[in-house]
Design a protein around this ligand. Sequence first.
Ligand SMILES: Cc1cc2nc3c(=O)[nH]c(=O)nc-3n(C[C@H](O)[C@H](O)[C@H](O)COP(=O)(O)O)c2cc1C
Length: 149
Amino acid sequence: MSKVLIVYGSTTGNTETTAEYIASVFSDRGFDVTLKDAANASASEFGNGENALTLLGSSTWGDDEIELQDDFVPLFDDMDNVDLSGRKVAVFGCGDSSYTYFCGAVDAIEEKAEKQGASLVGDSLKIDGDPDRDEVCAWAGKVADAVQA
Ligand SMILES: Cc1cc2nc3c(=O)[nH]c(=O)nc-3n(C[C@H](O)[C@H](O)[C@H](O)COP(=O)(O)O)c2cc1C
């Protein structure tokens, strides 16, 4: 069974809920899913070759500059030491389009994952406001299709 790792950083629960919706899609597709709060994860796990896909999610904070969700910050910093060559990564997060950098954390994680050698699977998912189950599941289904193809 293909393994999938999902790591999320969430302060008020929106990105956590999004991660749970994504996990349900991959479980339904027969993947062996590990869902982790960023507070309990380490960046070295992102490079684990046993995972067919790693999904990384963070909400965005800050006003004048992009800040990742608190629990995701140490993982983001540690990603500099992780080789993601050959690893498939998809990125998601919740934000608010009234801020200057809408879902800036998603862009920052994408950029860092690519810098470390990862292949990004599909377009990242940026959620404006509360996550909509149908929107999230449709995105996750497309990502799963791309991994299974
Ligand atoms: C002080 C503050 C700063 C924020 N800054 C941003 C931002 O720069 N960009 C953005 O897209 N959303 C921003 N947001 C919105 C949050 O990312 C949004 O509420 C999100 O749903 C929180 O997700 P979480 O519950 O998973 O932490 C900010 C919210 C607050 C309260």
